[in-house]
Design a protein around this ligand. Structure first.
Ligand code: COA
Length: 169
């Protein structure tokens, strides 16, 4: 009999991905047969990086993880899961403050499709305070982000930052 594979989807905006996201991805990839990182193309957030740029960053930082795939999706997350034959959503819980929002997301997704389960991972405590906006603010103010994002993400951030500064001159 063919063995059933556990495919999990890790959705998010990833603008940009940080070591906190990578921590969750590594934990998930050690448990599930396959992890599909899925960038939401319909995010209401005013994003700094294009989908292509975010995909590129995520691919580079996960290239050692053979069971991880990077893609993007439009529309409802539950429909994307169905297309990918997955029933598992992965989310990270950094602090109690994340709980209410995540609780709402998980229960709404369950209402939309009762077969879907959300699985939460807690990142290493080093990253519990971290967010993508915080990283962008630090780089804008010329702070050091070496411990917060992988080198490729730093490269992309500096490229964007340089453009912004050039616009001022
Ligand atoms: N490490 C570091 N930062 C983390 C993190 C971690 N482990 N986990 C979350 N974050 C940060 C992100 O950087 C982001 O920070 P920012 O707000 O400063 O940019 C913030 O926490 C939350 O972002 P993220 O995890 O990417 O979630 P999101 O709220 O942007 O994305 C979707 C939510 C995309 C999953 C959700 O909107 C969705 O499913 N959309 C599709 C449409 C749909 O189906 N809607 C109905 C859903 S009920």
């Amino acid at each position: 009999m063919k063995e059933k594979k556990n495919i999990a989807v890790y959705p998010g905006t990833f603008d940009p991905p940080t070591y906190g996201h990578l921590d969750i991805i590594k934990r998930a990839s050690s448990i599930f047969d396959k992890v599909i990182i899925s960038i939401s193309a319909d995010s209401v957030k005013n994003t700094t990086f294009s989908i292509k740029e975010r995909e590129e960053m995520l691919r580079v930082i996960t290239r050692e993880l053979k069971n991880v795939e990077v893609t993007s999706f439009k529309g409802l997350l539950v429909n994307f899961l169905k297309n990918k034959k997955s029933r598992i959503i992965i989310r990270g819980l950094r602090a109690v403050s994340d709980f209410e929002y995540e609780f709402q997301l998980a229960l709404t997704n369950r209402k939309l499709d009762n077969s879907i389960e959300t699985v939460f991972f807690i990142p290493d405590e080093t990253y519990t305070y971290l967010s993508s906006s915080l990283v962008k603010e630090i780089i804008r103010l010329n702070g050091n982000i070496d411990k917060l994002v992988p080198p490729i993400v730093k490269f992309y951030l500096e490229k964007k930052l340089k453009k912004t500064l050039d616009n001022y001159n």
